[in-house]
Design a binder for this molecule. Structure first.
Ligand SMILES: [Zn+2]
Length: 216
């Protein structure tokens, strides 16, 4: 958040809790600077949501650490769901076998940054390894290998970009229930079949994002 966004956030907080924002002008300036330092990496929309969550469960005035802590947990959760790789289809110019190449490393770093910042959804194992996805539930270990031409061809065949049917809007987000990546159908855990509908929690994630967008 920028200084201006922190001021915006504090203005909003002042509407619901008059204990937070300092009345004295000099104190207020110091407060804004301090909040901006603590919340430097936190997007304004997330901070607004975190303030709401805080007051939903606490009678104490919100502190910047309350917001930073929620952001830290979310980043950890998002990175925890990521495999530390990227979808080669998104980076056709990068040789996926060249793991030490500058472009490969840069793409990985950008992907981690985007996931941490909420700009990208974690790449799920299922979509990267469609051919072996059904084996994962069976307790057998699968050796992860970097994608190559053959993999890309198989993937393109299984998920042709243009022929993908337009489904419900929540397909645009990652499914927290079965782990399907954006644009991919939800799958039943017991037989790995693609569902015609989606998991309700995926719909919730989509709904939440729409509300977030409307508030911001
Ligand atoms: Zn699902």
């Amino acid at each position: 958040m920028t200084l201006a966004e922190v001021i915006d956030l504090l203005d909003r907080i002042a509407l619901v809790d008059d204990r937070v924002v300092k009345a004295d002008e000099i104190e207020q300036e110091a407060q804004v600077t301090m909040w901006a330092a603590v919340l430097r990496d936190v997007p304004l929309a997330f901070a607004g949501q975190a303030v709401g969550d805080h007051y939903a469960s606490s009678a104490w005035p919100v502190m910047p650490k309350d917001i930073a802590e929620r952001w830290r947990l979310q980043v950890r959760d998002r990175l925890g769901r990521s495999l530390g790789t990227f979808d080669p289809v998104d980076h056709p110019h990068i040789d996926p076998d060249d793991e030490t190449g500058d472009a490969y490393v840069a793409a990985l770093r950008a992907q981690r940054r985007a996931i941490a910042g909420g700009d990208a959804e974690p790449v799920g194992l299922r979509e990267l390894m469609p051919a072996v996805g059904s084996q994962l539930g069976g307790g057998r270990s699968v050796e992860l290998v970097p994608a190559n031409e053959a993999f890309r061809a198989v993937k393109e065949e299984q998920y042709p970009r243009r022929a993908r049917p337009a489904g419900p809007p929540e397909l645009a987000v990652h499914c927290p229930r079965c782990g399907a990546s954006p644009g991919r159908p939800c799958r039943l855990p017991h037989n790995d079949r693609a569902m015609t509908g989606t998991h309700p929690s995926r719909r919730d994630v989509w709904d939440a994002q729409q509300t977030e967008g409307a508030d911001a």
